[in-house]
Design a protein around this ligand. Sequence first.
Ligand SMILES: *[C@@H]1O[C@H](CO)[C@@H](O)[C@H](O)[C@H]1NC(C)=O
Ligand SMILES: *[C@@H]1O[C@H](CO)[C@@H](O)[C@H](O)[C@H]1NC(C)=O
Length: 289
Amino acid sequence: MQTHVFAGFFGGMAAAVTLQPLDLLKTRVQQAPAAGIASAVKSLGSIHEAWRGTLPSLIRTSVGASLYMGLLSKFRDIRAEHSARISPLSIEKSSASSILPKLSALDNVLTGAAARSIVGFIMMPITVVKVRFESNHFNYRSIWSAVYDISRGPSGWKGLFSGYGATISRDAPYAGIYMLFYEASKDVLQLGWLPSPLVNSAAAVNASVLATTLTAPFDTVKTRIQVSVSNLTFPEAWKQITAGGWRSLFDGLSLRLARKALSAGISWGIYEEIVKLVAKRNILANETT
Ligand SMILES: *[C@@H]1O[C@H](CO)[C@@H](O)[C@H](O)[C@H]1NC(C)=O
Ligand SMILES: *[C@@H]1O[C@H](CO)[C@@H](O)[C@H](O)[C@H]1NC(C)=O
């Protein structure tokens, strides 16, 4: 499990650093609706500025990714015990792009969704604090003052978990659908001419595009619920959004697609390579002792 935590950490970190400029542009575009992407790019004084705010998002992403990969691999191992397990020998000989256990379609969906729900819960306080920090309605000077203030609010400690239901109704289906398509895409791409790191990255991009598109309505509903002053329920928010046509459920999809697909491509590509490297080193170490 440590290997997966470690590999997940570096995969998440690489994705966060590489994609920070995209995140920053997205924030600036959303801040000023009149400004397009071109003027947001122009607003950057220097190339340096594009990486502003990297540290907090880096910590959040890499901690989240390492927890998720650790738990996911644990769940997948448990399920794999009921099907074929991969022997160390086959790892060494194998030319496969990935040494993750093979699971049934249902197990791929369920392990992904379960791991995401649990990690989402653990990370929720950090997410809530981050959003409060970004919003200019609050002027917190430290993380601790934010935590203290939120926990003394009307809902107490529960305030640190506000929006969990809405968040998980988007993230659990995403993770389940992603794992299903990711494993399927690796099998398809494996047969082509791509080298293995690219097989995994391309499969991740393919899976992420499909999963992001299919879960887009949940993201739109979540945002609508979170920014509404009154307590909108899920069906109410859905009805409100689709009043002008179902297409509104997919508002803002292109920016999210770019961000999520690139992030999945980078982090899963690196994650799989580190997992393979560590497994091969362990085999070599066992042979020489
Ligand atoms: C993308 O995923 C779909 C669904 O699993 C699959 O049918 C298709 O072959 C994949 N494409 C590539 C290039 O992997
Ligand atoms: C929203 O719901 C919560 C609990 O369900 C309640 O305490 C709160 O007063 C409600 N807020 C509004 C604006 O209706």
